[in-house]
Design a protein around this ligand. Structure first.
Ligand code: FMN
Length: 168
């Protein structure tokens, strides 16, 4: 698939083939794609947790109301923000940077044959705290990305809307 085909065909997946294995080699490629994302002043204010522990995945479903797809997902990648690495350089850009890394994860996973669903955590303080507690981590959980082999095929859709564009 070329990049535009991957972008056009990606959809959020909420039903996965249970127990499907995801080789570490694939995960490393997906994480490499995340870390290749652009970031303000090249500060790369992120860390990633690859969560395969079924008990913790279940615990996440208890503290986040919209991650029920984790039941069938093979794993989750939690993108964690590290705003402190931007202090004194270019503070405040971390949400954009983590968003760019997240989109690279979604597209790399799609390209490798996996489905994903981006589940928002930041900026909801109580959700961030709950996810931090479940995982026992210090950094700011930015989102939870469900990942696995899709067991549904939502149709690709087009959103091109000329009214949202100003040609200047
Ligand atoms: C910031 C953000 C937060 C999201 N949070 C959730 C979520 O908590 N649970 C969920 O099922 N989908 C979540 N989504 C996925 C959106 O619902 C989905 O991207 C949107 O409906 C468009 O559908 P598509 O991804 O299939 O194109 C989130 C997406 C973004 C970008």
């Amino acid at each position: 698939m070329n990049a535009l085909e991957t972008i056009r065909s990606r959809r959020s997946i909420r039903k996965y083939k249970e127990g499907a294995a995801v080789p570490k080699e694939d995960l490393k490629q997906i994480l490499e794609a995340a870390m290749m994302a652009p970031s303000a002043c090249n500060t790369r204010p992120w860390e990633f947790v690859v969560l395969q522990d079924r008990e913790k995945l279940n615990a996440l479903m208890k503290v986040h109301p919209y991650v029920s797809m984790l039941k069938t997902a093979s794993l989750a990648i939690i993108v964690c923000a590290k705003p402190e690495v931007q202090e004194g350089i270019c503070p405040g850009y971390f949400p954009q940077d983590c968003g760019a890394a997240t989109q690279n994860i979604l597209l790399a996973a799609k390209e490798l044959g996996y489905g994903t669903c981006w589940c928002g955590v930041y900026p909801k303080e109580e959700r961030m705290e709950a996810v931090r507690e479940v995982l026992g981590i210090d950094c700011k959980p930015y989102n939870v990305i469900a990942l696995g082999v899709a067991d549904e095929e939502p149709a690709a859709r087009g959103y091109y809307d000329e009214s949202r564009v100003t040609w200047m």
